[in-house]
Design a binder for this molecule. Structure first.
Ligand code: ATP
Length: 299
């Protein structure tokens, strides 16, 4: 198996009495866009702070490229935790020269390269203070790209931007992923993770609720509601029906969960009839991703 880009093992963090991370573990595969999704205060920024060596963990460990983090591995990681303090009266080029002098990342030519990637080449000599919020954020991403790191870590990269700015950053993230970068980003927006990420870890109050490919964790579901005179018999029969993921009883009916688009009411009716059960209720409810996320984070 390929070595994960990042492997987090039982990571925990206390701030005094506050348990900000409660022993979380997951792997981040190479080449994915990995979203850390959760409501405010769920521990996303704390996780990013620890893996970037800005914060110390209370317990647990993490490996970058299968090894403990050192100066060499850190060169392979570009990050944007909060908008950096660029100089307002300097141009993008001059600001990046300063960033480069401090971080020792990349060559002089690298500045032109990263400005091209974030689509700021045409405005590279304008003063930072003349930039829109979206352009400022793209310059911050350009700074993270200096030295051409394999991995990029972004904390809420679209926060505070207008819809156009949000769309530009999302496109940029997709472009970077297409170029083979591994991207790790925190977000509290389900919609954003769904649109941009290939993988997700869902967090709530420092705990990990689920992790894996987005289409497995945030799967859309069909719920088919059925009822008959004998619910127990009906439930037993339906367990053998192809595509059924789970069956829950609610009052005098059953809720049968299918992956989105795989249920067929006519076939279900026929199947039950063939097995000697007459249905007195058969209806379908679609469950949105929002409902699924709400269910995960609100119990
Ligand atoms: P947000 O989206 O609001 O930034 P988050 O998911 O990134 O939230 P964290 O910032 O990691 O969450 O916070 C996790 C928990 O730790 C919260 O309860 C927060 O109040 C607490 N916390 C974070 N930093 C500190 C600190 N320096 N001192 C004390 N408590 C902290």
């Amino acid at each position: 198996m390929n070595t994960p880009v990042l492997s987090i093992q039982n990571l925990a963090k206390n701030y005094g009495n506050i348990r900000a991370l409660d022993g979380i573990s997951y792997d981040i595969p190479k080449g994915c866009v990995f979203g850390i999704l959760g409501p405010n205060g769920s521990g996303k920024t704390t996780t990013l702070g620890i893996i970037l060596n800005v914060l110390n963990q209370t317990n647990g460990s993490f490996l970058w490229f299968g090894k403990p983090s050192d100066a060499n591995t850190r060169k392979q990681i570009g990050s944007l935790l909060e908008t950096p303090n660029f100089y307002h009266y300097l141009s993008a080029v001059d600001n990046l020269k300063i960033t480069q002098a401090i971080s020792h990342r990349g060559s002089k030519e690298d500045i032109e390269r990263v400005l091209e990637i974030v689509n700021l080449s045409q405005r590279k000599n304008s003063k930072f203070k003349t930039y829109s919020l979206g352009m400022k954020q793209r310059l911050a991403i350009a700074a993270a790209l200096l030295g051409n790191p394999q991995v990029l870590v972004f904390d809420e990269p679209t926060n505070g931007l207008d819809p156009v700015g949000i769309a530009e950053i999302r496109e940029l993230i997709k472009k970077l992923a297409n170029d083979g970068k591994t991207i790790i980003m925190a977000s509290h927006l389900l919609d954003e993770v769904e649109k941009v990420c290939t993988h997700v870890a869902i967090m709530k109050k420092g705990a990990l609720l689920a992790a894996g490919p987005v289409d497995e964790v945030l799967v859309n579901e069909d719920i088919v509601e059925v009822s008959s005179d004998n619910l127990e018999q009906l439930s037993t029969i339906l367990k053998d029906y192809s595509g059924v993921q789970q069956i829950k009883q609610e009052n005098n009916k059953l809720q049968v969960y299918f992956k989105m688009g795989t249920s067929n009411l006519r076939d279900i009716n026929q199947f039950c009839f063939n097995n000697g059960v007459i249905l007195n209720l058969l209806s379908i409810k679609r469950k949105s991703l929002e409902a699924k996320f709400f269910e995960l984070t609100n119990n």
